[in-house]
Design a protein around this ligand. Sequence first.
Ligand code: C5P
Length: 232
Amino acid sequence: MGKDVIIACDFSSAQATFDFLDRFKEEKPFVKIGMELYYAEGPSIVKEIKKRGHKIFLDLKLHDIPNTVKKSMSVLSGLDVDMTNLHAAGTIDMMKAALEGLTREDGTRPILIAVTQLTSTSEERMQNELLINASINDTIVKYAGNAKQAGLDGVVCSPLEAGMVKDNCGREFITVTPGVRFADGDVGDQVRVTTPARAKEIGSDYIVVGRPITAAEDPVAAYRRCVSEFVG
Ligand code: C5P
């Protein structure tokens, strides 16, 4: 499987997104469309970006009863996205239903990955508010194992957790990792961050990079720097 850099297109409108993507004349980066942009613009934003030749990770993090998730995944699959996701907390039944919904008539489907624990959830809050009596790392490994058992392709996690997930779920199990910053860049609101080069060493398959590229003075140069550090 090829390693790749996915740009988090966290813009609030289609126009801002197209203005950004128009800067890329030579390459067609893999892009992540999240809730903000999808809820603002609807399925047309996915179709437009796809038409421009980009691969798309549709990051909507589904979490509902299995039947609802199955039917919703079927709709998303029809949009021809390349990757999408859900919350592993929905349990194995929900993840299996999602895979069924996602699989097209010809047997193809987008890559499906699970969110284990959001990186904004601390161990303390997980234990006190969710009454989960385990360490956050044990929870992440268990949820990743559930995702594997359900037949999913991988998980979203911090790059610092990618090695642990690979050790428990196998090298082929995909890790998609946000929380990436250049060694000389701003960390912003992210806490557990690492560089593209280190994410490569730990074993991430895809890094998701937002502001270090989108807010850079020269986003194309920043993207190329990410690719050269991560993909080599
Ligand atoms: O701008 P930045 O590089 O921090 O963007 C990271 C992207 O990855 C954002 O779209 C954020 O929502 C997403 N993400 C994350 N941490 C997670 C899951 C998703 O930062 N655990």
